[in-house]
Each structure stands twice: as structure tokens, then as C-alpha cells.
Design a protein around this ligand. Structure first.
Ligand code: SAH
Ligand code: SF4
Ligand code: F3S
Length: 432
């Protein structure tokens, strides 16, 4: 008999990407193997996101296409953040009779049992839990991110930024045991992963039996050759101590994602971000003085309810002042059940004009920073190779292409940057 196969479609953030690796692990331990196309799969899983309306529209669009493409008898499951929202599972079950299994974020580790139940009874399964119930038992993770391995250090979020749905669909903060994290990282490095990325909605809040995030980073420092990254760090909790640890550590990458969201104090307060523009800029100064070659990235939102043109200009000004290597820019999207959804909204055209201005400004900045890097020598971690063409990332997260017959994925290679085109760097192997 042919192997049973699965196809997983993932939407959203790194957290979801990693969770799909866990789901793949569960399916593989039950005898399923991955297949390339949704048309051939016996089990199809959509791991969804709902952070913006566009994310949900994509899921519904994809569901429509799968309906006509999936083979007869295939099982279709929808899980993730979208289905964990109040009322969404019920409406999905009604709207999409071809969806067999609907589960939320807190019980998706049970997906194997739910598939069995559906296959035995033929009765659709809808099960959404109100809160997590220790979902941290993952022995077989089917990792699929090349030289990088994701490691959760915590789940959930307590911050309740007023625009954000995440705390409602991921629950309150809970930290994993420090021993489990250390064991995971040790095993991954021993088995050849060259980059570990620690995951949490707000890694600075990590807390386990009196140990905090900086204690964890100190324990992860090592003379073994690997690169350590983490995301996401909340500016209100980002401390000089953490900047010092980035400077001191042998393994931490010189890169920091510090999402500012807005550059105006009234807007920041309405967002419940709990820092001011001035405090944020001070933290940027602190990290830049301790780690001069730090690569910075951020998330910024335009068109938050009641944001004036002047207030938007403060955001634009902050972006031009900080000069991020990489910026993720979003139009504010209403999320049902969040406080910002009840505030007076801006029209679409205003929001669109603002994001256009921001994108234009950032394009110039990324270009400038990339061109400033020409002539410098960096250490690239090779992640892909086609022919002799290698692709990798520097410690500051800049993407670099270079030619080498010898280098292979997983190698750290010294590269001299020779050229830049927009934000893309090219270089050559440096033998100095
Ligand atoms: N915990 C992380 C990730 C949150 S989601 C953090 O706090 O940084 C990733 C980004 O999506 C956020 O930083 C924010 O910029 C954006 N985002 C969240 N809710 C949004 C909304 N309602 N509309 C538009 N963008 C949103
Ligand atoms: Fe959302 Fe704010 Fe939590 Fe990030 S810190 S997940 S933006 S509530
Ligand atoms: Fe991530 Fe989207 Fe959920 S950003 S936490 S998958 S809502």
C-alpha cells in the first residue's frame, strides 16, 4: 500500500512556522509522509493566522481552492490562531462543510487523535479549548528550516497592546522549563544546527523558577560554534543589561528586532505600549554604543485609530532617525474584540497614503545601509547553495550572495562585501 501523505499550509509568524513543524512531527510518527501538492495529500492542514484581516482573507481564499482540488476522501483540518477567536470555529463549520476538523491553538497537539476520531466515525470534529493544558510535549519535531532550528522558550502574551489579537488567541504567558530549553539547544547544536532562534511573543518576560531571560542567555553562551537569535523583544522590557549580554556573548547574533509600532507618544499610549518615543530612542542609543555593528529591525503600524498626519510624521521621523536595516510595515487592521476596534477609525485612503510614504522612506534607508556595508568583512552563515552560488546571512541579519565552490550550507564563511543592489549584498570569500 502507498504511504499516507500530508500537506501543511502555514500562515503567520515564526511561531506558527515552528508549530507546523510540530504538527508534521505528529503526522510522521503516525505513518504519514510529506507530499508536495495539496491535490495528492490524504491529510491537509491549514495552520492559520489572524493578526490582520488580510491573513484571514488568504485562509478563506485558500479554503475555496482546496475544496475543488483535494482528492476524494482526503481529511481537511484547520487550526491555529484564526480558529481560536471567539465564534470563528462555529462560522467556519457552517460556511465550509468540506472542512472536517476545526481546532484551536491550545489543543492542536492533539491533531493525531482528532484525525483518528474523524476517520473512525466520519463525524466532523470541532474542538476549541478555552485555555492551554500543557501542550509542551513534542518528542518528534519534523524540522524544516535548514541550518536554523526554532526553540520555543515561552508561549502567550500578557501585554494586551490595544490593536492586537495575539493575547486572546495564544493565552497568558507561560515559560518553558530552563532544563528543557538547554537540553533542546544542546541536542540541536550537537546534531549540526548552526543557528538557534529562541521564540516567544515577548522573550524579555521569560521567567522560570527565579531565572530570567538574561540568565537563560548566559547559560546558552558557549564555545561551540553556533549563532543564537531571539524574537521578539518588547521595547518596554529591553534593558541595558540585555544590550551588554549581546555585546559579551560568544554566540548571540548582532541583531535586534525591537518593534516600535509608532513614533508618537499619544499614539503609543493609546496602543498601550508603555514606553515613550524618548525612552525607545535611548534604548537604541544604548545598544548602538555597546554593539556598534548591531543590525536593527522593527515593526511599524500606520493608520492606528485617530492618528493625525502630524503624528504619522513623528513615526516617519523616528524611522529616518533610527535607520533600521529592515522594517516590517503594516496598515492597522481592525480586530474584533480588541479595544482599538471600538475607537474612531481612519479611512482606507489615508492609511494607504501613509504606508506608501513610509515604504518609500525605508527603501532609501535600506539601500543606504547596504551600500555602507561595502568594503567590510562579515561572517556569513550559508543557508542555501545553487551551483557555486551561496546564499547566507551576516550576524546583523543582512542577506549576502557570494560564489564559492567549497562552501556548503551550515558553513560560516568570511565574506568581503563588494557590491550592493537595493538591500541585497554581494561579496567574495575573504582569505585575510
Ligand atoms: N509579539 C510580537 C509579534 C506580534 S504580531 C511583538 O509584539 O512584536 C507582529 C506585528 O504585527 C506586530 O508587531 C504589529 O506591528 C503587527 N500587528 C499586530 N496587530 C496588528 C493589527 N491589528 N493591524 C496591523 N498590524 C498589526
Ligand atoms: Fe501583540 Fe503586543 Fe503581545 Fe506583541 S506584545 S503579541 S503586539 S499584545
Ligand atoms: Fe503569529 Fe498570527 Fe498567531 S502573528 S501568534 S500566527 S495571530
Amino acid at each position: 500500500m502507498m504511504d499516507k501523505t500530508y500537506f501543511i499550509q502555514t500562515y503567520g509568524c515564526q511561531m506558527n512556522v515552528h508549530e507546523s513543524e510540530k504538527i508534521a512531527g505528529i503526522l510522521q510518527s503516525r505513518g504519514y509522509s510529506a507530499c508536495e501538492s495539496v491535490d495528492d495529500a490524504d491529510v491537509i492542514v491549514l495552520n492559520t493566522c489572524c493578526v490582520r484581516e488580510t491573513a484571514e482573507t488568504k485562509v478563506y481564499g485558500h479554503l475555496g481552492r482546496i475544496k475543488s482540488k483535494k482528492k476524494h476522501g482526503a481529511t481537511l483540518a484547520v487550526c491555529g490562531c484564526m480558529t481560536q477567536q471567539k465564534g470563528v470555529a462555529e462560522s467556519l463549520v457552517k460556511r465550509c462543510p468540506f472542512v472536517d476538523i476545526v481546532i484551536g491553538t491550545f489543543n492542536q497537539y492533539m491533531i493525531g487523535e482528532y484525525i483518528d476520531k474523524f476517520l473512525h466515525t466520519g463525524v466532523r470534529v470541532t474542538e476549541i479549548w478555552e485555555s492551554p493544558n500543557d501542550c509542551d510535549k513534542h518528542e518528534n519535531i519534523a524540522r524544516d528550516s535548514g541550518v536554523n532550528a526554532w526553540v520555543n522558550i515561552m508561549y502567550g502574551c500578557n501585554n494586551f497592546c490595544t490593536y492586537c489579537i495575539v493575547p486572546y488567541v495564544r493565552g497568558r504567558e507561560r515559560s518553558r522549563s530552563i532544563d528543557d530549553i538547554l537540553r533542546d539547544v544542546d541536542n540541536l547544536v550537537a546534531s549540526g544546527y548552526k543557528q538557534i532562534t529562541l521564540l516567544g511573543q515577548n522573550v524579555n518576560s521569560y521567567s522560570y523558577k527565579g531565572k530570567n531571560f538574561i540568565d537563560l542567555l548566559k547559560l546558552l553562551d558557549s564555545d561551540k560554534k553556533y549563532r543564537l537569535r531571539f524574537m521578539t523583544s518588547h521595547p518596554k522590557d529591553f534593558s541595558v543589561e540585555l544590550a551588554e549580554e549581546i555585546a559579551r556573548s560568544r554566540v548571540l547574533a548582532h541583531n535586534l528586532h525591537l518593534p516600535v509600532q509608532a513614533g508618537n507618544n499619544r499614539v503609543l499610549e493609546l496602543m498601550n505600549r508603555r514606553y515613550t518615543r524618548e525612552q525607545y530612542l535611548q534604548k537604541i542609543d544604548a545598544i548602538r554604543s555597546l554593539v556598534p555593528d548591531i543590525g536593527l529591525s522593527s515593526d511599524v503600524m500606520v493608520g492606528f485609530p485617530t492618528e493625525t498626519e502630524e503624528e504619522f510624521c513623528d513615526t516617519l521621523d523616528l524611522v529616518k532617525r533610527v535607520k533600521y536595516n529592515n522594517l516590517f510595515m503594516f496598515i492597522y487592521s481592525r480586530r474584533s474584540g480588541t479595544p482599538a476596534d471600538k475607537m474612531p477609525q481612519l479611512d482606507y485612503k489615508t492609511k494607504q497614503q501613509r504606508i506608501d510614504k513610509l515604504i518609500k522612506a525605508q527603501f532609501e534607508i535600506s539601500k543606504e545601509l547596504a551600500s555602507n556595508m561595502t568594503g567590510s568583512v562579515v561572517e556569513a552563515l550559508v543557508s542555501e547553495k545553487t551551483g557555486d552560488k551561496c546564499f547566507g546571512k551576516a550576524s546583523n541579519d543582512s542577506a549576502i550572495t557570494f560564489v564559492s565552490a567549497d562552501a556548503k550550507p551550515g558553513d560560516f564563511v568570511k565574506v568581503k562585501i563588494t557590491n550592493s543592489r537595493n538591500a541585497n549584498l554581494t561579496g567574495e570569500v575573504y582569505n585575510g
